[in-house]
Design a protein around this ligand. Structure first.
Ligand code: GBH
Length: 526
């Protein structure tokens, strides 16, 4: 056969195979009938109006005002998206998406400006009542995160979360929320990402309030948060959930942890990081009621070897274990990415959460990156993480309370569309292949917003916000259109954009190469 014809036959076959590989890898199932979709934000990241109508100062107000150099673009969220004044417009954007719910957080110092009960700010309560009523009038369920990182500065003056006294203050705040909003709000998240609150806020100091007390203060923070969560859960179910329609959950962030090598040491490091990063919260609430055994043993032993008189990890009493165990009606999961984990030989000279965990982490250079350095596009990770959670803690209903992608604000955000399609496909696989009870999915975020220490540099919104315009106009991105199509179709099949699946590309292109070589051999014999 003519060599040129052979060449074209091979190219044609590879083409057909290749296009098939990139377009049919999205899962073809429909989302289950009761599956719900939503979008999320957080108060400090969008509201602005940082000192209006009686609002008090939070640790994020203090952090951005006092340490501008710690924010990539030296920005603050004093105005942010100005959602305090533009919430009605936000609700119309949410309505246009056709989603079932809106997950937002309530600002503690808008409601309790001093952090204490001596000043209950009616204007703050009114703002959230207005927002909730507007949502309901537009057919959208409100989902409240009680704490999304904006602690009253006054409570930081007491030491913040490492001080167990904060349990009382947190429960006072939660009670006001249940009392005022509980008639209309049926889904509650007590805390968002406690690992970041503790490990970054009080451990390495990279987030507000910026304290560096890793291996001590951060563990005390974990202890306070778990007790605060449990008390709020019991309060709600004992005193407020009279119609039995309400649910209270806890939202943790988790990465998919992949061994850095095939060595047993790295595989053991993956098991440890799961317990030190997720289990430290999930085991008390969804498991035995106590910290994971390996965390207790490791921190206990290392503490003694380092000369501390007791473990640096606080110890729960039997009563506390009983009080915390089982205090969640769903498992809230913020999931974004995967990370490589390697064993780090125990070094007793360092006192820190990560040296207790005995791990190092890095990102595989082959993983495509979002604008956030830590966010790599690894869609299969979400399926694997969901299965691991189910296998470890049992069959809890899981709500993906955040998932999303950062870029620099482009309106034709194909990479974000690709991210949503491939991650949702992986979630469908978790549901249909692994039988994981995923009941809801929340896109982060409704709007481009203040991305904490990354300021306005990286953008997560499915709507763009022009931060240079005092009116803060919003513009839907391509991803908003595609997300609304997914929500209304309840499947990924018929969206108007089908993006390639990065995650599965390596395997098919490897297979394609083998097929190609085989074909060339075969054809050369004809
Ligand atoms: C969530 O945090 C937050 O809930 C939300 O407010 C935020 O805007 C959104 O996601 C996007 O970031 O990985 O150790 O190098 C995500 C948690 C916190 C993950 C910081 C990455 C970097 C530290 N992120 N973390 S590390």
């Amino acid at each position: 056969m003519n060599a040129i014809i052979k060449y074209f036959v091979v190219i044609a076959i590879v083409f057909v195979y290749g296009s098939d590989a990139t377009t049919t890898l999205l899962n073809t199932n429909s989302f289950p009938p009761n599956f719900t979709f939503g979008v999320a934000t957080a108060a400090y990241q969008i509201e602005g109006a940082w000192d209006e109508d009686g609002k008090g100062e939070s640790i994020w107000d203090r952090f951005t005002h006092e340490y501008p150099h710690r924010i990539s673009d030296a920005s603050t969220a004093d105005i942010a998206c100005n959602s305090y004044h533009k919430y009605k417009e936000d609700v119309q954007l949410i309505k246009a998406l056709g989603v079932d719910y809106y997950r937002f957080s309530i600002s503690w110092t808008r409601i309790l400006p001093t952090g204490y009960l001596n000043n209950i700010n009616e204007a703050g309560i009114q703002y959230y009542n207005n927002l909730i009523n507007e949502l309901i009038a537009n057919g959208i369920d409100p989902v409240i995160t009680i704490y999304h990182w904006d602690l009253p500065q006054t409570l930081q003056e007491l030491g913040g979360w490492p001080n167990s006294e904060l349990v009382t203050h947190y429960v006072n705040f939660a009670k006001i929320a249940f009392e005022n909003f509980g008639d209309r709000v049926k889904t509650w998240i007590t805390f968002n990402e406690p690992k970041q609150i503790c490990k970054l806020g009080y451990g390495d100091g990279s987030l507000a309030p910026g304290y560096k007390s890793s291996g001590i203060g951060d563990y005390r923070c974990v202890y306070t948060i778990l007790k605060s969560h449990a008390e709020a859960y019991h309060l709600y179910h004992n005193q407020f959930n009279t119609d039995k329609q309400g649910k209270v959950g806890f939202t943790m962030d988790n990465f998919w942890y992949e061994p850095g090598s095939t060595s047993r040491a790295d595989e053991a490091a993956v098991e440890r990081v799961f317990e030190f990063y997720l289990g430290i919260f999930a085991n008390p609430i969804y498991g035995t009621g106590d910290f994971p055994q390996i965390v207790k043993d490791t921190v206990g032993n290392r503490s003694l070897l380092q000369g501390f008189e007791t473990s640096r990890l606080p110890t729960f009493t039997t009563e506390e274990v009983a009080r915390i165990k089982g205090t969640a009606d769903f498992f809230g999961l913020n999931f974004y990415t995967a990370v490589k984990i390697g064993n780090n030989e125990a070094d007793l000279s360092t006192v820190s959460w990560d040296s207790d965990a005995g791990i190092l982490y890095w990102w595989d250079p082959s993983w495509p990156s979002a604008a956030s350095y830590w966010l790599k596009v690894v869609p299969y990770g979400i399926r694997k993480a969901l299965k691991k959670i189910k296998d470890t803690y049992g069959d809890h209903p899981i709500i993906i309370t955040e998932n999303g992608y950062s870029d620099h604000g482009e309106l034709d955000d194909y990479d974000r569309v690709n991210y949503y399609l491939t991650y949702l496909s992986s979630i469908l696989e978790a549901i249909y292949e692994d039988d994981v009870k995923v009941v809801g999915y929340t896109a982060w975020s409704l709007l481009d917003n203040f991305e904490w220490v990354h300021g306005y540099v990286s953008r997560f919104g499915i709507h763009a916000v022009d931060f240079n315009d005092p009116n803060r106009p919003r513009t839907p991105k391509l991803s908003a259109k595609i997300f609304s199509e997914i929500v209304s179709n309840r499947t990924l099949r018929s969206t108007t954009v089908q993006a390639p699946d990065y995650a599965n590309m390596n395997a098919p292109s490897g297979i394609m190469l083998v097929v190609l070589i085989a074909l060339v051999n075969l054809l050369s014999r004809i």
